[in-house]
Design a protein around this ligand. Structure first.
Ligand code: NAP
Length: 287
């Protein structure tokens, strides 16, 4: 969609860029000439992201990062700058999530998700802006959100609250940093199946992610490269006047209405079924 050299000479840092949607976005930025920094906690994840970019002839480095730690965030930007030069684009993609009824959510579970999603997005964005303001030349921040950040999500109180906070940050920071030429947008994916979904998340989709197309007005799920196309547009010079926006890419899923609502099932009943399926799939994931 964009000219092949749109990101030539640019450095793009993607948190959680070694798996799922982060990896898919890394590939599209790399195809358009960017040097990619893949940053997350697990060495096998960042290595997989770097390998995928190299397979298409792109340039990428792997850096260790827990977005919950401002010190690690600073060290990661230092290392990225030393290896590739200043970071021009930051994609706040890292997230953790697991389904749980609100009454049963532990304090640790709440903190793990909100720390990664909300605190991590803020720490990375702040570090990015501090540097870009000093270096000049503006830049772009892209925050990956979810549709249920608006309207809530039974079984995902922690994730929905944190992502709603991310949408608020998107708007606040867009205004604060606009005079410095730093644009801040959100990208909200609908359903985008990929190979790296956790066991807990898969347990919510008993017929598999692909079968979910029946619930989507566009009659299909999203393809991960389409998310990459949206991300690369939003951070490119072709979107130079676009900031503080939440770009939803979901085949109209969020607008779906029926004449009659489906039967209401309380979240604790839903969770019992999810737990059973999760056990069948091989147990609980760590966050
Ligand atoms: P995923 O494969 O589970 O990716 C999450 C990534 O975040 C992993 O690479 C993980 O790497 C990283 N991460 C987790 N905690 C971290 C931490 N503390 N510090 C640094 N990195 C951390 O999930 P996904 O499906 O690709 O989702 C990517 C984004 O899209 C998320 O923001 C999610 O909310 C959003 N989203 C996805 C969908 C979908 O259909 N898939 C729909 C709507 C929104 P490490 O384990 O190596 O740290």
């Amino acid at each position: 969609m964009l000219p092949p050299d749109t990101y030539a000479g640019r450095v793009v840092l993607i948190t959680g860029g070694g798996t799922g949607l982060g990896k898919a976005m890394a590939l599209e930025f790399a195809r358009l000439g960017a040097a990619i920094v893949i940053a997350s906690r697990k060495p096998e994840h960042v290595a997989a992201g770097v390998e995928a970019v190299r397979m298409i002839g792109g340039r990428a480095i792997a850096l260790p990062l827990d977005v919950r730690s401002p010190e690690q965030v600073k060290a990661c930007f230092d290392a990225a700058e030393e290896a590739l030069g200043p970071v021009d684009v930051l994609v706040n993609n890292a997230a953790g999530n697991f389904p749980v009824a609100a009454q049963e959510l532990s304090a640790n579970g709440w903190r793990a998700v909100t720390d990664i999603v909300l605190d991590g997005t803020f720490f990375c964005s702040q570090e990015f802006a501090r540097r870009r303001v000093g270096q000049g030349g503006g830049g772009a921040v892209l925050n990956i959100s979810v549709a249920y950040a608006q309207g809530g999500a039974p079984g995902h109180a922690h994730s929905a609250a944190a992502k709603a906070g991310v949408l608020s940050l998107t708007e606040t920071l867009a205004v604060e940093w606009a005079p410095d030429g730093i644009r801040v947008n959100a990208l909200t994916p609908g359903l985008f199946p990929h190979q790296d979904h956790s066991t807990d998340m898969r347990a919510q989709r008993p017929e598999g992610y692909e079968a979910e197309w029946r619930r989507i007005p566009a009659l299909r799920v999203g393809q991960t490269h389409e998310l990459g196309w949206a991300a690369t547009y939003l951070c490119s010079p072709f979107a130079a006047y676009l900031t503080g926006h939440n770009f939803v890419l979901d085949g109209a899923e969020r607008l779906r209405r029926s004449l009659r609502m489906p039967e209401f099932v309380p979240i604790r009943a839903q969770m019992a079924a999810v737990r059973e399926r999760s056990a069948t799939l091989g147990g609980k994931d760590e966050f």
